[in-house]
Design a protein around this ligand. Structure first.
Ligand code: SF4
Length: 296
């Protein structure tokens, strides 16, 4: 099903031959990554004491105007590696004490990730985390069944007009909603071992200035459409305007207010959703590593 010579891995369905040309996401046939290290800024249950074994893939099938990882997502900064090398990195992170293998923005490289996991899955005894932007094809998520233990998708927009305006996508909602249902179906219950998540889903939502009603609609949809025992929700307040936003999106050129964030938290609380919130003073720099090609 997944074929790099006519790439339809994600809803963009470029149809590109990636052995010859890069797709919209910036992905070619080689894996491109910008850093692999123990990352301590994920949610506590996927960090443990040592951190998540994060591998930051370069390129992205979303192109959000407010992206905080512009250097890797838009500018494609990274180093090309082989499938074999990726499988070695999985083992190296495990040996360093990683709580899991945290595949960050993996969508363009699903094909190669499956091959790398096939090489070493029998040697890995920590969960594999699929940490994505939510713009996925359910068929691709189905292809990952048996490989991924924890899904960590974003749910960015309820109303596609915002998806189009800020991420250049006309059909985000249809795809994120169908894909999250498939993810919840693969791991029907959250499984913990000593407070560390082993299986299940954490749905992340970044609060964006002026979009609190959209955020509340997302929370309502999640509550009504996914089994409560299959997920946690992580509501993030770290939005920080980047240079592109400062120049081109004046309505986004601020942090979110306490009122906005509290309104979103209140909705989650009213609907009895469990999960995480952030200290509103959290700065994005706390969560964004230096992409220095280390660990590659
Ligand atoms: S993964 Fe990349 S090349 Fe493939 S369809 Fe999506 S955007 Fe296009």
């Amino acid at each position: 099903m997944i074929n790099l010579e006519k790439c339809e891995v994600c809803p963009r369905k470029c149809g590109n031959d990636r052995t010859q040309y890069r797709g919209f996401c910036g992905g070619g046939d080689k894996i491109n990554i910008s850093k692999a290290y123990l990352h301590k800024w994920e949610e506590p249950c996927i960090c443990g004491e040592n951190g998540a074994g994060a591998i930051f893939f370069s390129g992205c099938n979303l192109k959000c105007c407010y992206c905080q990882n512009y250097k890797i997502s838009h500018d494609n900064y990274g180093k090309e590696i082989s499938v074999n090398r990726l499988s070695e990195i999985f083992i190296e992170l495990q040996e360093k004490g990683a709580c899991n293998i945290d595949l960050v923005t993996p969508t363009p490289f699903v094909y190669q990730i499956i091959k790398a996991l096939d090489l070493v899955k029998h040697k890995l005894n920590i969960p594999i985390v699929y940490n994505c932007g939510g713009y996925e094809l359910p068929e691709t998520i189905k292809a990952l069944k048996g490989y991924i233990d924890i899904y960590l998708p974003d749910f960015k927009y309820y109303d596609n007009k915002y998806a189009l305006k800020y991420s250049g996508i006309p059909d985000y909602f249809e795809h994120v909603s169908a894909s999250l249902k498939e993810m919840a179906d693969q791991h029907k219950k959250l499984v913990f071992n000593n407070d560390i998540l082993q299986e299940g889903m954490i749905i992340r939502h970044l609060a964006i200035p002026n979009l609190r009603h959209d955020s509340r609609n997302i929370i309502k949809w999640i509550s009504e459409n996914l089994p409560n025992e299959s997920f946690l929700i992580s509501l993030m307040s770290q939005f920080t305007p980047n240079d592109n936003v400062k120049e081109n999106y004046p309505e986004l050129n601020r942090r979110i207010t306490k009122m906005e964030y509290n309104s979103i938290l209140k909705k989650a609380s009213e609907l009895n959703l469990n999960g995480f919130s952030q200290d509103k003073s959290s700065a994005v720099s706390d969560y964004t590593p230096d992409f220095d090609l280390s660990g590659i």
